[in-house]
Design a protein around this ligand. Structure first.
Ligand SMILES: *Cc1c(COP(=O)(O)O)cnc(C)c1O
Length: 350
């Protein structure tokens, strides 16, 4: 088999969700964010496992994702759509019981006219300036909107992974000023906000990355391993080159392994010459450039040619690998490609 094997530990994802659930008071509901196909790990399996673990409320980015999730989960669990109610979404939202988080006056008008009496939430902008109603717009329509009984008032923190940032407290105060005393359930925090403490928890939290084993939830159980089969090995003599553009030159005879995965599988070109692969506990350096489908590594230090080398595993997690390319774990996860054989394990078994 010339594709990598991506192993996704559903127990770890559920354990991470439960741990974040326990991090807030019992009165605080913990939702699960499964947008972008559960951060690339496969919403079909991940959301089902989370529902079995007790998650009753899910967030997706787009109504189309919500429609797919409804098919996966069936009736019952609540599905919230962060992008709100866009033109063309009405049938999906109405027929599949999706709950849009309305972000603008346009969206509020669209929803209340097209689906009167159907549930909705409101997203307020408290300083990130990305999605959600500006405080002035909210003040202008809050009366009418509150009469229609939104089921959630939410906002999103811009730097929850930087506890020292003043903007966190500013956003908290703005959110309070906009929503105190209204008697509507509130939500401000994703993974990072949960870690900022109870002031940030309100009635509902919305963790994503922490479930999938990424920072800023440093205690998370890793949820993925990625193992790449060795297709061929060779001895490269001193003076010879490896890979495109003579990306690496041997100064001594070197045992080189070629593994099956490349930038088309979400292993960024920026890993070239920098990342490590692992044979069990032993690191072997990537040589030269990352190709579309192939990566070369120096296995001279290994006693035997391994059947596969790991690029994600106990010694190199998604954030370690992200750091090599100057990015974040979220981007590594959501780029994991469609060619891998995906193995879902529970209870230590596939
Ligand atoms: C993606 C997202 C989340 C989840 O964020 P994590 O940092 O992955 O926990 C929560 N809320 C909103 C609005 C989001 O866009």
């Amino acid at each position: 088999m010339a594709t990598g094997t991506l192993t996704i530990d559903l127990d770890a994802i559920c354990a991470n969700w439960r741990a974040m659930d326990r991090a807030s008071a019992a009165s605080v509901q913990t939702a699960a964010v499964v947008k972008a196909d559960a951060y690339g790990l496969g919403a079909a399996r991940v959301a089902k496992a989370l529902a079995q673990a007790g998650a009753r409320r899910f967030f997706v980015a787009a109504a189309e994702e919500g429609a797919m999730l409804r098919q996966i989960l069936g009736p019952g669990p609540e599905i919230n759509v962060l992008s709100g109610h866009m033109a063309g979404d009405t049938d999906m939202i109405g027929d599949l019981d999706l709950v849009p988080m309305l972000n603008s006056l346009d969206q509020i008008t669209r929803h209340l006219e097209a689906l009167p009496g159907k549930p909705f939430g409101i997203q307020l902008d408290t300083g990130m300036n990305r999605l959600g109603m500006e405080p002035d717009d909210w003040a202008a329509v809050a009366g009418i909107v509150l009469d229609a009984r939104p089921q959630l008032l939410m906002s999103h923190l811009a730097c929850a992974d930087m506890p020292e940032a003043d903007l966190n407290l500013q956003q908290l105060e703005t959110f309070r000023a906009l929503t105190d005393g209204l008697g509507i359930p509130r939500s401000l925090s994703a993974t990072g906000g949960i870690l900022l403490g109870p002031d940030y928890h309100f009635d509902l939290t919305r963790p994503g990355i922490g479930m999938y084993g990424g920072l800023p939830y440093a205690q998370a159980r890793p949820a993925v391993t990625l193992s790449l089969p060795v297709i061929q090995t060779r001895i490269v003599e001193a003076g010879e080159y490896v890979g495109y553009a003579m990306g690496w030159q041997a100064s001594a005879p070197t045992h080189v392994a070629t593994v099956a995965a490349g930038y088309a599988d979400g292993l960024f070109r920026a890993f070239g010459g920098k990342a490590m692969l692992w044979a069990g506990d032993q690191a072997v350096p990537v040589l030269g450039r990352i190709s579309m489908d192939l990566i070369t590594a120096d296995i001279s230090a290994l006693a035997e040619v391994p059947a596969a080398l790991d690029i994600l595993g106990p010694h190199q997690g998604v954030d370690d690998l992200a750091a090599v390319a100057g990015t974040i774990g979220y981007e590594v996860l959501t780029n994991l490609g469609p060619r891998y054989a995906r193995r879902y394990v529970t209870g230590g078994k596939a």
